[in-house]
Design a protein around this ligand. Structure first.
Ligand SMILES: *[C@@H]1O[C@H](CO)[C@@H](O)[C@H](O)[C@H]1NC(C)=O
Ligand SMILES: *[C@@H]1O[C@H](CO)[C@@H](O)[C@H](O)[C@H]1NC(C)=O
Length: 368
């Protein structure tokens, strides 16, 4: 039987783009950098499009969810802003009793030359693309379908006089779980600009290892806490691995790592130490920062060779900004959140077909 990994069958970023990315990262000009899509069926697509000089303001509300979930409510805006060669900014939204603002976090690293909205002739995207067309069009563009690329190109020409673009869509109307492969470059440029394109080129990470394999586990406990008395060892965690599964994979990883072992990081918002103790792990770094530092924990978790994540929105966001390595995902990828997301050299394996042999993927580059 041939087992095919999703990350191996998707066409993400072929060698030519990797080369372009490398030459681009040697000469960083973040404010002018344009991002590749997940599909390279864009013949002649250049990574350096004209400088983004106008702002694309997603003015409608995004909803009040956390950093990972809120992303599902403006992916179409990311895609449209890229297709229209403009720079997406999100109208300010404070969530969870003002503990942090996802929009400020995503806006922070926007190109400096687009930090103002010119209202002299600001146009509404809704006058060019109807609500009903929006989903099919952005989806088609992400998949490199000619009709969608051409249609958005025509919209861009018709909008060439617009000094700024307003997007009045609301978070309630827009909910896109998949299409993460299409926005991965944008997300990286906004959340980890200095590391955004760094995982290349590939150098093998093979035994005997010179350092411990770093392993990050996300336990989504805090906001879904089961009542006292819940049998944690059989509890089905929402959006993260169950405990027996974590134990099993950590044992596989230790066997694979050999003498250098693993360096474990556990991220658990609103940590419940009684629950955590049931994992029987004694040495680990715990990420449980106050909410104002949500981004720091997200980034710290992402920077691990191996990640154990659920198919939650937070989990997929962690993966999108991770370096080269291996992400193990609970379940079978049914929601599509991890589809086409190996463009920066990270393998994805779903636990529904995981075997310990999958850990060897750490030794090989992602095939495109
Ligand atoms: C993944 O990429 C393939 C090929 O480009 C495309 O057909 C598919 O729709 C994409 N899926 C998602 C969820 O992005
Ligand atoms: C932790 O150890 C206890 C006692 O040996 C065991 O019952 C429990 O299953 C272990 N936890 C996990 C997650 O395997």
């Amino acid at each position: 039987m041939i087992r095919v990994h999703y990350s191996m069958v998707v066409c993400v970023v072929p060698l030519v783009v990797i080369t372009l990315l490398l030459s681009a990262s040697n000469n960083p000009q973040p404010s002018q950098f344009q991002f590749p899509l997940n599909s390279m069926r864009f013949a002649g697509f250049t990574l350096r499009l004209p400088t983004q000089t106008r702002t694309y303001l997603r003015a409608g509300p995004l909803g009040l969810e956390g950093l990972g979930s809120v992303l599902m409510h403006f992916k179409q805006s990311i895609i449209l802003s890229l297709a229209l060669q403009s720079s997406l900014h999100l109208a300010f939204t404070d969530v969870r009793d003002h503990r942090y603002s996802p929009s400020s976090i995503f806006n922070f690293h926007a190109p400096a030359n687009t930090n103002a909205l010119d209202l002299i002739k600001a146009c509404r995207i809704q006058d060019y693309i109807t609500h009903d067309d929006r989903d099919t069009l952005t989806r088609g563009w992400c998949n490199g379908e000619g009709w969608a690329v051409e249609r958005l190109e025509r919209v861009r020409e018709r909008m060439s006089d617009c000094t700024g673009i307003l997007d009045l869509e609301t978070g309630e109307d827009e909910l896109v779980q998949d299409l993460n492969g299409c926005i991965i470059s944008w997300v990286r440029s906004r959340l980890i600009p200095r590391l955004a394109f760094s995982p290349l080129p590939y150098s093998p990470f093979s035994p005997p290892f010179a350092r411990p394999i770093s392993v990050g586990v996300h336990i989504r406990w805090g906001d879904m806490a089961a009542p006292p008395g819940t049998p944690i060892l059989t509890h089905n965690f929402y959006g993260s691995f169950n405990f027996p599964e974590i134990t099993r994979v950590l044992a596989d990883l230790r066997a694979y790592a050999g003498p250098t072992g693993i360096a474990l990081t556990i991220a658990m918002e609103d940590t419940n130490r009684r629950v955590l103790a049931l994992l029987n792990e004694t040495e680990y770094t715990l990420l449980n920062s106050p909410h104002a530092k949500a981004l720091d924990d997200l980034i710290a978790l992402s920077q691990n060779d191996v990640l154990l994540l659920g198919e939650s929105s937070f989990g997929s966001l962690v993966h999108l900004i991770a370096p080269r390595g291996l992400t193990l995902v609970k379940g079978d990828g049914r929601l599509g959140k991890f589809a086409n997301t190996s463009g920066f050299g990270r393998h994805v394996v779903f636990m529904s077909n995981y075997t310990p042999a999958d850990l060897k993927l750490l030794q090989v580059p992602v095939e495109h």
